[in-house]
Design a protein around this ligand. Sequence first.
Ligand code: FES
Length: 137
Amino acid sequence: MARHIVARTSDIPPGGNKVFGVEGRDIVVFHVNGEFFALLNRCPHEGAPLAKAACVARLTSPEPGVYQRSRVGELLRCPWHGWEFDMRNGQSWFDPQRVKVRSYPVAVESGGELQKGPYVAETFPVHVEDSYVIIET
Ligand code: FES
């Protein structure tokens, strides 16, 4: 699996998302509750861009007239027909065995972890002959 460095964490504001073209696919990265989630930016129903989806909460009801919200912002509601998907794994809420959005692992790493030093500049030998400075490349 290839790794792609797509953005600084500060490029995707909390509660927002950003779409990246990766190997010919549009992948949308969401920033929710301090975590990042990556999904194919295409609804499996008729192809709506999930970057335009509403980020909603899970609603449960133990009894009529009582409801509870959880996982606020982690469920996607498609902008075209309202199908809902779990941002963590792309599964649909209504048919988790058969319908899902492709999801991708996301990692957040510091610049120092991505590229270990020491960083060395390219150098060239220098000679001084009489009053001329000569650089060899
Ligand atoms: S295109 Fe997403 S629910 Fe129809």
